[in-house]
Design a protein around this ligand. Structure first.
Ligand code: IFM
Length: 390
């Protein structure tokens, strides 16, 4: 199964999940109970110390055969106090861009990946109109980091930001809460402002949506359409006119006449409790292509598992689904695996998504067989055809 020439193969991370010591962010402050919100089981602490160890992390990806590294830059480090921009933080992220290039990796930069500066959160975050301008000013300050970077993601999973925006609304046992309309509008406005700024540097701008593969049971098509709108589709439609759209897919949600269905007992589950469903990425790509009408990059896809053979199996299934989309004429331009490293999965280190493990005390890196495997696929720009019956 050959992939198109120039197809971009890589791996993704996010600052708060791997850098460590992100003390001026709202997440850190919540982890320690300094900001209101539901209790968080485990603090992020030093994470993988990738703030200091990024050269080694990048070198491991490049040596394995990958050609791109997606990482996020941290607003809380760049603007730790409202209106004050840290030159040292800008320089740090610029060094990351240069180091990626020196390793032969294409840097793909995310400007916002869930975390905010604590001052922004204290002022009400995305629940206030001032958020749009605050984000625009941050992006303007961060532009020096983007010089020469081809692909920039403005906001990671804006749909998750919206569905989690109302602290009063808890997480249902299955599915997601609906998006908060005002927050969705502000995120779209913030995205539009950021797209314009990003394009002024010559970079290609887009955003990445958490696609949930909403699959209607027969007769539940309208319920599924209504369910998917505020949680996914509005964000994909808002990507119309962008240079690209990002798909981030892990599992599916089956929708019956009364809404999302429980995962069947017999289904395999991953360490996040999600159904093992590799072809979710195909559903996500098809929905993104239909709605955004822009070239698609898979900016995240992967599995939380302690069994690296299941990671390879899952990723094989996912890449088969990506390939089928390409065969059907969809302009899919790259696949960035989640994640380069095991990381802080928003409250816990237990769900391990990484191609690279690391020691919690020494930070020593331990590449898993899946890294060499994915690097091999990247080098060949082809997926070995699976044995019959796989
Ligand atoms: O870890 C997250 C990431 O931050 C956003 N997309 C989904 C991943 C797995 O839950």
């Amino acid at each position: 199964m050959d992939f198109p020439d120039g197809f971009l193969w890589g791996a993704s991370t996010a600052a708060h999940q791997i850098e460590g010591g992100n003390i001026n962010s709202d997440w850190w402050q919540r982890e320690w109970g300094h900001l209101p919100g539901p209790a968080i089981a485990e603090p992020s602490g030093d994470a993988a110390d990738s703030y200091h160890r990024f050269p080694q992390d990048m070198a491991l990806l490049a040596e394995a055969g990958l050609a791109a590294y997606r990482f996020s830059i941290e607003w809380a480090r760049i603007e730790p106090e409202k209106g004050w921009v840290s030159r040292a933080a800008i320089d740090h992220y610029r060094r990351m861009v240069d180091t990626a290039r020196e390793n032969g990796l294409e840097p793909v930069i995310t400007l916002h990946h869930f975390t905010n500066p604590v001052w922004f959160a204290r002022e009400g975050g995305w629940l206030t109109d001032a958020s749009v301008d605050a984000f625009r000013r941050y992006v303007e300050a961060a532009l020096p980091v983007l010089e020469g970077v081809s692909l920039v993601c403005t906001i990671n999973e804006p749909n998750m930001v919206s569905v989690l925006a109302d602290p009063e609304v808890g997480f249902p046992s299955i599915g997601l809460p609906p998006g908060v309309p005002d927050v969705t509008d502000r995120l779209i406005a913030a995205h539009r402002a950021a797209v314009e700024l990003v394009r002024s540097t010559g970079s290609q701008a887009g955003w990445s949506v958490a696609t949930q593969a909403y699959q209607p049971e027969p007769g539940a098509e309208e319920v599924a359409a209504e369910y998917g709108w505020s949680r996914e589709d509005v964000f994909l439609e808002a990507a119309k006119g962008d240079d690209w759209v990002g798909v981030q897919a892990y599992t599916r949600t089956v929708i019956g006449p009364d809404g999302p269905r429980e995962i069947p007992d017999a289904a395999e589950r991953t360490l996040t409790g999600w159904e093992y469903y590799p072809s979710a990425v195909g559903d996500g790509i098809r929905n993104a292509w239909k709605r955004a009408q822009a070239p698609v990059y898979v900016t995240e896809n992967g599995i939380a598992t302690a069994d690296d053979r299941r990671r390879i199996d899952y990723t094989t299934g996912a890449l088969e689904a990506v390939h089928a989309c390409i065969v059907d004429g969809i302009d899919v331009r790259g696949y960035l695996h989640w994640s380069a490293l095991d990381n802080y999965e928003w409250g816990s280190y237990r769900p391990t998504f990484g191609l690279i493990a690391w020691d919690r005390e020494t930070f020593e890196r331990h590449p898993k067989p899946s890294l060499a495997w994915l690097g091999g696929v990247a080098r060949a720009n082809a997926l070995p055809v699976p044995p019959p019956g796989r």
